[in-house]
Design a protein around this ligand. Structure first.
Ligand code: NAD
Ligand code: GLY
Length: 377
């Protein structure tokens, strides 16, 4: 691609569903050229949320229009509570009103909520239309825009309705992270730390060491995080696209994390924050079972606790109620809760059945840690 636009490319190798992730600065204003390169149909429908629309919709639209595409946009309210079937239904109605046909492309412009919702709509509208991810949060750039998991929440649990639906390509414009609120950067750091713990000790140390630069949104450091996480995720997803086995390791911290999000009604805790807390509890379980050394468990917990969390998590949780929420986790098999557990910094197990009594102990421990930091109200 000519002119000053510079980017790196990470490939997700999935046979005929393979695709590139373009990572760089100012890529949004070149979006139309990526569409040309991938020979996508002329009709494009951007799904975004109100916050992102205000900042980036015009830039994306202008680039696509200049490249000869006909562009429409649907703007949804922001927030996890919008990731549901009711909102999806309202968007289907808009698509029909706009007479969007099958030969068109849906673009998710925004964070993980928009990505999961728009991807679910792309996978299901008229049995599937082209899909492109343009993630604008750190969390979405390092994790949710890659790998094809799309879906919505159900009143009884997180991500309970969805599909595997890979995008044609992903454009991660690091420049968009400049406007991201600090709390959202922390959420992204949650998933970034996860990658270090599950696959790469060196990467974990890099993140821990560079935390101040990450929080200051230093461009080069953020680009390193995004490309590093995308490479690790591509490697895992290419071996197990539909989570029959290895891909489950990406769920480290998520069994407890999703239960915490649910307990806070998807309002008190953000996804990335819940994952950070989930990783503390699940590391405790590994330590309690003698699967990880006290040194490595302390390293994980110490790194997580250095990340600035909100002063209050907004609700006081009952460990036994969290266990009930965990029984709905997608890794549950024959009614038994299974967890991905760290065995060192850089290595985790596949999901293993864990006695609920030990999970309860871990939740009591987590609550004590939070209380000691004055985090639980
Ligand atoms: P989000 O989409 O709610 O975005 C966070 C907030 O930042 C929103 O208010 C949004 O409007 C705002 N925002 C987005 N980009 C911005 C920017 N550049 N500048 C200013 N504000 C901006 O949250 P998230 O953390 O990106 O995503 C969380 C979701 O991702 C959860 O629903 C989670 O389940 C999902 N997820 C999915 C996968 C997957 O593989 N599909 C993986 C991890 C997480
Ligand atoms: N974030 C979990 C996955 O993509 O599998």
């Amino acid at each position: 691609m000519k002119n000053s636009t510079q980017y790196q490319t990470v490939r997700v190798p999935l046979g005929e569903r393979s695709y590139p992730i373009y990572i760089g600065k100012n890529l949004l204003s070149s979006l139309g050229r990526f569409f040309h390169r991938h020979r996508l149909p002329k009709t494009v429908l951007i799904i975004t949320d109100r916050n992102v629309a205000r900042l980036y919709l015009k830039i994306a639209q202008r680039s696509l229009v200049q490249a000869g595409f006909a562009v429409r946009a649907i703007v949804v309210p922001p927030g996890e509570k919008e990731k549901n079937l009711r909102r999806a239904d309202a968007v289907y109605s808009e698509l029909l009103r706009f007479r969007i046909e099958r030969r068109s492309t849906i673009v998710a412009l925004g964070g993980g909520v928009v990505g999961d919702l728009a991807g679910f709509i792309a996978a299901t509208y008229q049995r599937g239309v082209n899909f492109v991810q343009v993630p604008t949060t750190l969390l979405a750039q390092v994790d949710s825009s890659v790998g094809g998991k799309v879906g919505v929440n159900h009143a009884q649990g997180k991500n309970m309705v969805g599909a595997f639906y890979q995008p044609a390509f992903v454009v991660a414009d690091i420049g968009t992270l400049r406007t991201l609120p600090d709390r959202e950067i922390v959420c992204g750091v949650g998933e970034v730390v996860k990658y270090g713990i599950i696959t790469n000790r060196k990467f974990f140390s890099f993140v821990d060491r560079n935390l101040p630069n990450i929080l200051l949104k230093e461009g080069r450091v953020l680009a390193h995080l995004v490309s590093g996480c995308c490479r690790m995720k591509a490697l895992v997803v290419s071996q197990d696209e539909r989570e029959d086995n290895l891909r489950a390791i990406l769920n480290f911290g998520h069994t407890v994390g999703h239960a915490l999000e649910h307990a806070g009604s998807y309002r008190s805790l953000k996804h990335g924050e819940a994952i950070l807390l989930g990783m503390i509890a699940e590391t405790f379980v590994a330590y309690r079972l003698g699967m990880i050394s006290s040194k490595d468990a302390a390293r994980i917990e110490g790194a997580i606790l250095r990340i600035p969390m909100p002063r209050s998590i907004g609700f006081s949780f009952a460990p036994s109620r969290l266990i009930a929420a965990m029984r709905l986790d997608k890794k549950v098999a024959s009614g038994k809760i299974r967890l991905v557990l760290p065995t060192s910094v850089g290595k985790v197990t596949l999901p293993i059945v864990v006695d609920e009594k030990i999970i309860l102990e871990a939740l009591v421990y987590l609550r004590a840690v939070l209380l000691s930091k004055a985090l639980v109200v």
